[in-house]
Design a protein around this ligand. Structure first.
Ligand code: 5CA
Ligand code: ZN
Length: 408
């Protein structure tokens, strides 16, 4: 499906350095060394409600990865999905008396608007779960043939024991896995499963729910296989980064890696698994199911500059869990005003060091607070009347645009 329009990324003098990023599977920093084309898969939204600041923070992190890669001379092949058929979406549609396709289309359209306003770079392939069904079916058939999947009352499950690498993505112990599996869409207690952690690959049609007639019978896909089919179809195995919020490490990314590894007989699914921290509101993780949300679209309607929203996100390191408060936005608005005033002057302090420092900060596991501090320092020197380089304000403005996605 259509993604959203691309914003131009200005060229910067010189070149950035290789990105080092925290890989959940390695439990440490890893130097990404993509080929000429860096390949990135980021899990997209389940479109039953509007984009909240937690979503925005997660997509912000993966937008920065693309910017750092591009600055280091790579092309980026970016793929994102939309989970446009799944339990929470169908449940919300029933609860509110809406048609599930209309709900999904409306919320996806709003997500596109939010991403555009925030100047997030669009994926080259933006694929819905429904669209992906024809590519999901042969993978499930393959897993069945290999004995890595089995049927239970018409549903089809993946056998986690078929993957010798199972557990290597999230590195959780058995007890933690069981807890997260139950909390995050799994069904550990269904009788008849070979292993309590086995996830659904295919759900046989249920009354009142949408279903598709395929070689697997009449039904719909499970959640993890959707991202596997889309990633394999557009990126292949061993792509550079699989990304999402930390709540996706298990079971979603663990299961996806296993599905793909067993189906293709190769390893790894992704070279690195990168996870953003959770944004909270009023002491709890912002989540559609809890309803404690601050929507990007609401802030925009209230007249908040999207550039200030992005700066508010950048003020937190992407891996930390943090709580949104009104003060975040106030600080970001002040910073934006100071930066804009600083680059609007005809000259200023030399910006060569600033560019090097922003590049170094971002290449070091996306250290945005350090990058902001570097721009703050330049703006302070500017305010103190510290320079007469006529090229400097332009370089700063292009640096902030190209590397932080903020238009000054
Ligand atoms: N459609 C699936 C992925 S295939 C899904 O998880 N959708 S979602 O709409 O629930 O979440 C979209 C992305 O936002 C995921 O990467 C998720 O980890 C992230 N996310 C959700 N809530 C928060 C939050 N409070 N803070 C940070 N990121 C969040
Ligand atoms: Zn996903």
């Amino acid at each position: 499906m259509y993604a959203w329009p691309a914003t131009e990324v200005p060229a910067l003098p010189g070149q950035g350095s290789p990105l080092h990023i925290f890989d959940t599977a390695a439990s440490g920093l890893r130097r990404t060394s993509p080929g000429p084309t860096a390949r990135l898969y980021v899990c997209g939204i389940t479109p039953y409600d509007a984009t909240h600041l937690g979503h925005a923070a997660t997509y912000n992190a993966f937008d920065l990865i693309q910017r750092v890669w591009r600055d280091a001379g790579h092309e980026v092949l970016y793929v994102q999905n939309v989970t446009d058929v799944d339990d929470p979406l169908l449940e919300r549609a029933v609860a509110t008396g809406q048609d599930w396709t209309e709900l999904a289309e409306r919320e996806t359209a709003l997500f596109r608007e939010d991403m555009t306003a925030l100047r997030m770079l669009p994926p080259a392939h933006y694929i819905g779960a429904v669209e992906a069904i024809p590519s999901i079916v042969p993978i499930v058939q393959d897993l069945l043939r290999q004995g890595a999947a089995y049927e239970l009352d018409g549903d089809i499950y993946f056998s986690v024991e078929s993957d010798p690498h199972f557990g290597e993505v999230s590195r959780l112990d058995a007890e933690q896995m069981l807890r997260f599996f139950g909390e995050r869409g799994g069904d550990p207690d269904r009788p008849g499963k070979k292993h309590r952690l086995d996830p659904l690959l295919w759900l046989a049609a249920r009354p009142g729910e949408p279903s598709w007639e395929t070689e697997l019978g009449n039904g719909r896909p499970g959640w993890h296989i959707e991202c596997v089919a889309i990633a394999l179809g557009h990126l292949g195995m061993a792509f550079d980064i699989q990304g999402g919020g930390s709540d996706l490490a298990f079971p979603h990314h663990e299961m996806g890696a296993s599905h793909a590894q067993v189906a293709t007989g190769s390893h790894p699914f992704a070279r690195a698994y990168v996870h953003a921290g959770m944004v909270a509101l009023d002491g709890e993780k912002m989540s559609k199911s809890r309803g404690n949300l601050v929507f990007v679209s609401r802030l925009r309607k209230d007249g908040v500059d999207p550039a200030a929203i992005r700066l508010a996100l950048h003020a937190h390191h992407y891996r930390s869990d943090w709580e949104w408060t009104g003060a975040d936005l106030e600080r970001a608005e002040q910073r934006l005003a100071v930066w804009r005033a600083a680059v609007s002057r005809p000259d200023g302090p030399d910006a060569v060091e600033l560019l090097a420092e922003v590049r170094a900060a971002l290449a070091d596991d996306l250290d945005t607070p350090r990058a902001l501090a570097a721009v703050d320092a330049w703006a302070a020197r500017q305010q103190a009347g510290g320079g007469s380089d006529t090229g400097a304000p332009g370089v700063v403005s292009r640096t902030v645009d190209a590397l932080l996605g903020v238009a000054l």
